[in-house]
Design a protein around this ligand. Structure first.
Ligand SMILES: *[C@@H]1O[C@H](CO)[C@@H](O)[C@H](O)[C@H]1NC(C)=O
Length: 250
Protein backbone atom coordinates (compact mmCIF):
# COMPACT_ATOMS: atom_id res chain seq x y z
CA UNK A 1 0.00 0.00 0.00
CA UNK A 2 1.29 3.46 -0.87
CA UNK A 3 0.17 6.45 1.11
CA UNK A 4 0.45 10.00 -0.17
CA UNK A 5 3.13 11.96 1.65
CA UNK A 6 0.59 14.41 3.05
CA UNK A 7 -1.33 11.53 4.67
CA UNK A 8 1.91 10.22 6.22
CA UNK A 9 2.66 13.68 7.58
CA UNK A 10 -0.81 13.96 9.05
CA UNK A 11 -0.50 10.51 10.68
CA UNK A 12 2.96 11.19 12.13
CA UNK A 13 1.88 14.60 13.41
CA UNK A 14 -1.07 12.89 15.07
CA UNK A 15 1.22 10.27 16.66
CA UNK A 16 3.61 12.95 17.95
CA UNK A 17 0.72 14.88 19.45
CA UNK A 18 -0.64 11.68 21.00
CA UNK A 19 2.71 10.83 22.57
CA UNK A 20 3.18 14.23 24.15
CA UNK A 21 -0.44 14.76 25.05
CA UNK A 22 -0.74 16.31 28.47
CA UNK A 23 -3.89 16.13 30.51
CA UNK A 24 -4.17 18.78 33.23
CA UNK A 25 -4.72 17.45 36.71
CA UNK A 26 -8.11 18.43 38.14
CA UNK A 27 -7.57 21.99 39.46
CA UNK A 28 -8.90 21.05 42.91
CA UNK A 29 -6.05 18.54 43.41
CA UNK A 30 -3.45 19.84 45.85
CA UNK A 31 -0.01 20.56 44.33
CA UNK A 32 3.03 19.79 46.47
CA UNK A 33 6.26 21.74 46.27
CA UNK A 34 9.10 19.25 45.81
CA UNK A 35 11.56 21.50 47.69
CA UNK A 36 9.33 22.01 50.72
CA UNK A 37 10.22 20.36 54.02
CA UNK A 38 6.69 18.97 54.22
CA UNK A 39 6.72 17.47 50.69
CA UNK A 40 5.78 13.96 51.89
CA UNK A 41 3.15 15.23 54.32
CA UNK A 42 1.62 17.36 51.56
CA UNK A 43 1.57 14.34 49.22
CA UNK A 44 -0.26 12.24 51.82
CA UNK A 45 -2.93 14.94 52.15
CA UNK A 46 -3.09 15.36 48.37
CA UNK A 47 -3.72 11.63 47.80
CA UNK A 48 -6.22 11.42 50.64
CA UNK A 49 -8.19 14.39 49.28
CA UNK A 50 -7.99 13.19 45.67
CA UNK A 51 -8.94 9.59 46.47
CA UNK A 52 -12.76 9.93 46.30
CA UNK A 53 -12.36 11.54 42.84
CA UNK A 54 -9.84 8.89 41.71
CA UNK A 55 -12.14 6.10 42.89
CA UNK A 56 -14.89 7.36 40.58
CA UNK A 57 -12.43 7.24 37.69
CA UNK A 58 -10.90 9.97 35.51
CA UNK A 59 -11.36 8.80 31.89
CA UNK A 60 -9.13 11.57 30.41
CA UNK A 61 -6.23 10.19 32.47
CA UNK A 62 -7.06 6.56 31.68
CA UNK A 63 -8.15 5.85 35.27
CA UNK A 64 -11.20 3.56 35.29
CA UNK A 65 -13.74 3.41 38.08
CA UNK A 66 -11.93 1.75 41.00
CA UNK A 67 -14.89 0.84 43.23
CA UNK A 68 -16.15 -1.48 41.98
CA UNK A 69 -13.16 -2.25 39.80
CA UNK A 70 -14.18 -4.49 36.89
CA UNK A 71 -11.88 -7.20 35.54
CA UNK A 72 -13.30 -8.60 32.32
CA UNK A 73 -10.88 -11.47 31.95
CA UNK A 74 -7.70 -12.66 33.61
CA UNK A 75 -5.68 -15.82 33.09
CA UNK A 76 -3.01 -17.21 35.39
CA UNK A 77 -0.95 -20.39 35.37
CA UNK A 78 0.51 -21.92 38.53
CA UNK A 79 3.60 -24.11 38.71
CA UNK A 80 4.49 -24.19 42.39
CA UNK A 81 5.21 -27.44 44.26
CA UNK A 82 1.67 -28.14 45.48
CA UNK A 83 -0.34 -26.04 43.08
CA UNK A 84 -0.18 -26.59 39.31
CA UNK A 85 -2.71 -25.61 36.70
CA UNK A 86 -4.53 -22.79 35.07
CA UNK A 87 -7.18 -20.40 36.30
CA UNK A 88 -9.34 -18.09 34.22
CA UNK A 89 -11.40 -15.40 35.94
CA UNK A 90 -14.13 -13.55 34.07
CA UNK A 91 -16.55 -10.72 34.85
CA UNK A 92 -14.97 -10.05 38.23
CA UNK A 93 -15.95 -7.06 40.34
CA UNK A 94 -13.77 -5.85 43.19
CA UNK A 95 -15.52 -3.74 45.83
CA UNK A 96 -14.00 -1.73 48.67
CA UNK A 97 -11.26 0.49 47.20
CA UNK A 98 -13.12 3.58 48.41
CA UNK A 99 -12.23 2.55 51.98
CA UNK A 100 -8.46 3.02 51.53
CA UNK A 101 -6.75 5.13 54.19
CA UNK A 102 -3.32 6.57 53.46
CA UNK A 103 -1.38 6.18 56.72
CA UNK A 104 1.95 7.41 55.49
CA UNK A 105 3.46 8.57 52.23
CA UNK A 106 7.18 9.13 51.67
CA UNK A 107 8.55 10.69 48.51
CA UNK A 108 12.22 10.60 47.56
CA UNK A 109 13.51 12.75 44.71
CA UNK A 110 17.21 12.29 44.10
CA UNK A 111 18.55 13.61 40.79
CA UNK A 112 16.22 12.07 38.23
CA UNK A 113 15.27 9.15 40.51
CA UNK A 114 11.85 9.45 42.06
CA UNK A 115 10.20 6.93 44.32
CA UNK A 116 7.17 6.82 46.51
CA UNK A 117 6.51 4.60 49.51
CA UNK A 118 3.06 4.32 51.04
CA UNK A 119 1.44 2.51 53.93
CA UNK A 120 -2.21 2.04 53.15
CA UNK A 121 -5.00 0.24 54.98
CA UNK A 122 -8.42 -0.87 53.82
CA UNK A 123 -11.00 -2.56 56.05
CA UNK A 124 -12.56 -4.87 53.47
CA UNK A 125 -12.28 -5.93 49.83
CA UNK A 126 -14.93 -8.18 48.28
CA UNK A 127 -14.24 -9.80 44.92
CA UNK A 128 -16.86 -11.80 43.04
CA UNK A 129 -17.08 -13.23 39.56
CA UNK A 130 -16.97 -16.31 37.34
CA UNK A 131 -14.05 -18.70 36.99
CA UNK A 132 -12.78 -21.77 35.21
CA UNK A 133 -10.01 -23.83 36.73
CA UNK A 134 -8.06 -26.92 35.81
CA UNK A 135 -5.05 -28.46 37.53
CA UNK A 136 -3.63 -30.34 40.47
CA UNK A 137 -3.14 -29.76 44.19
CA UNK A 138 -0.31 -32.15 44.90
CA UNK A 139 -1.34 -35.30 42.95
CA UNK A 140 -5.01 -34.46 43.33
CA UNK A 141 -6.92 -33.47 40.20
CA UNK A 142 -9.09 -30.36 40.53
CA UNK A 143 -11.20 -28.49 38.02
CA UNK A 144 -14.52 -26.91 37.43
CA UNK A 145 -16.26 -23.72 36.62
CA UNK A 146 -18.80 -21.51 38.29
CA UNK A 147 -18.95 -18.48 40.55
CA UNK A 148 -16.68 -17.40 43.35
CA UNK A 149 -16.38 -14.72 45.97
CA UNK A 150 -13.52 -13.79 48.27
CA UNK A 151 -13.75 -11.39 51.21
CA UNK A 152 -10.50 -10.01 52.58
CA UNK A 153 -10.48 -8.01 55.79
CA UNK A 154 -8.01 -5.88 57.70
CA UNK A 155 -5.67 -5.31 54.77
CA UNK A 156 -2.43 -3.40 55.30
CA UNK A 157 -0.42 -2.75 52.17
CA UNK A 158 3.06 -1.36 51.71
CA UNK A 159 3.57 0.15 48.25
CA UNK A 160 6.94 0.99 46.75
CA UNK A 161 6.76 2.75 43.39
CA UNK A 162 10.15 3.40 41.80
CA UNK A 163 11.10 5.23 38.65
CA UNK A 164 12.77 8.20 37.03
CA UNK A 165 11.77 11.63 35.82
CA UNK A 166 12.23 12.01 32.06
CA UNK A 167 10.87 14.79 29.81
CA UNK A 168 8.85 16.12 32.73
CA UNK A 169 7.10 12.76 33.16
CA UNK A 170 7.40 10.21 35.98
CA UNK A 171 8.40 6.96 34.25
CA UNK A 172 7.56 4.10 36.63
CA UNK A 173 9.94 1.11 36.55
CA UNK A 174 8.53 -0.94 39.43
CA UNK A 175 5.25 -0.85 41.31
CA UNK A 176 5.71 -3.20 44.25
CA UNK A 177 2.79 -4.15 46.42
CA UNK A 178 3.07 -6.11 49.67
CA UNK A 179 -0.38 -6.76 51.14
CA UNK A 180 -0.88 -8.29 54.60
CA UNK A 181 -4.34 -9.66 55.22
CA UNK A 182 -5.81 -10.41 58.65
CA UNK A 183 -8.82 -12.41 57.54
CA UNK A 184 -10.06 -14.08 54.39
CA UNK A 185 -13.27 -15.85 53.49
CA UNK A 186 -13.42 -17.87 50.29
CA UNK A 187 -16.40 -19.34 48.45
CA UNK A 188 -16.56 -21.10 45.06
CA UNK A 189 -19.38 -23.12 43.56
CA UNK A 190 -17.43 -26.09 42.17
CA UNK A 191 -13.77 -27.04 42.01
CA UNK A 192 -14.25 -30.82 41.64
CA UNK A 193 -16.16 -31.20 38.40
CA UNK A 194 -19.52 -31.53 40.12
CA UNK A 195 -18.53 -33.47 43.27
CA UNK A 196 -20.38 -31.50 45.98
CA UNK A 197 -18.87 -33.33 48.97
CA UNK A 198 -15.33 -32.71 47.78
CA UNK A 199 -16.17 -29.08 47.06
CA UNK A 200 -17.58 -28.67 50.57
CA UNK A 201 -14.43 -30.23 52.06
CA UNK A 202 -12.26 -27.96 49.89
CA UNK A 203 -14.15 -24.87 51.08
CA UNK A 204 -13.57 -25.86 54.70
CA UNK A 205 -9.90 -26.52 53.93
CA UNK A 206 -9.41 -23.22 52.07
CA UNK A 207 -11.09 -21.18 54.78
CA UNK A 208 -8.95 -22.85 57.44
CA UNK A 209 -5.62 -22.78 55.59
CA UNK A 210 -5.94 -19.62 53.47
CA UNK A 211 -2.73 -18.12 54.96
CA UNK A 212 -0.72 -21.06 53.57
CA UNK A 213 -2.48 -20.90 50.20
CA UNK A 214 -2.03 -17.13 50.07
CA UNK A 215 1.70 -17.43 50.80
CA UNK A 216 1.93 -20.09 48.08
CA UNK A 217 0.28 -17.81 45.53
CA UNK A 218 2.19 -14.63 46.43
CA UNK A 219 5.26 -15.49 44.29
CA UNK A 220 2.86 -15.51 41.29
CA UNK A 221 0.71 -12.60 42.32
CA UNK A 222 3.60 -10.22 43.12
CA UNK A 223 5.36 -10.09 39.71
CA UNK A 224 1.99 -10.10 37.99
CA UNK A 225 0.85 -7.13 40.08
CA UNK A 226 4.17 -5.33 39.50
CA UNK A 227 3.80 -5.63 35.69
CA UNK A 228 0.11 -4.80 35.69
CA UNK A 229 0.42 -1.80 38.01
CA UNK A 230 3.61 -0.50 36.31
CA UNK A 231 1.81 -0.45 32.92
CA UNK A 232 -1.23 1.12 34.49
CA UNK A 233 0.78 3.81 36.31
CA UNK A 234 2.73 4.67 33.15
CA UNK A 235 -0.44 5.05 31.10
CA UNK A 236 -1.61 7.58 33.71
CA UNK A 237 1.67 9.39 34.51
CA UNK A 238 2.69 9.71 30.83
CA UNK A 239 -0.16 12.24 30.57
CA UNK A 240 0.73 14.26 33.67
CA UNK A 241 3.37 16.96 33.85
CA UNK A 242 5.70 16.17 36.76
CA UNK A 243 6.44 19.86 37.35
CA UNK A 244 2.72 20.63 37.44
CA UNK A 245 2.09 17.87 39.99
CA UNK A 246 5.23 18.71 42.00
CA UNK A 247 6.23 22.32 41.27
CA UNK A 248 9.70 23.39 42.37
CA UNK A 249 9.32 27.10 42.89
CA UNK A 250 10.57 28.31 46.24
C1 LIG B 1 -20.68 -15.64 48.29
O1 LIG B 1 -21.61 -16.35 47.50
C2 LIG B 1 -22.43 -17.25 48.23
C3 LIG B 1 -23.30 -18.00 47.24
O2 LIG B 1 -23.97 -17.15 46.37
C4 LIG B 1 -23.27 -16.47 49.23
O3 LIG B 1 -24.02 -17.37 50.00
C5 LIG B 1 -22.36 -15.65 50.12
O4 LIG B 1 -23.14 -14.83 50.96
C6 LIG B 1 -21.43 -14.79 49.27
N1 LIG B 1 -20.51 -14.10 50.16
C7 LIG B 1 -20.38 -12.78 50.13
C8 LIG B 1 -19.42 -12.20 51.10
O5 LIG B 1 -21.00 -12.06 49.33
Amino acid sequence: MKLPLSALCAISAFLVIKADEEVPLPPEFRRCNRNAADFSLCARQAIEEAWPTLVKGIPELGIPQLDPFVVNSLEQEFHSGVLRGKMIVKNARVYGAAGHKFKSVKLHLNGDRFNMEMDVTVPKILTEGDYMGDGYISAFKIGGKGQFNVTMEGIKTYFNIEGRVENDRWVVEHFKVFPEISNMHIWFSDLFNGNKDLNKAALIFCNEYWPVLYRGMLPYISPYMDNYMTDFANRVFSKISFSNMFPSEK
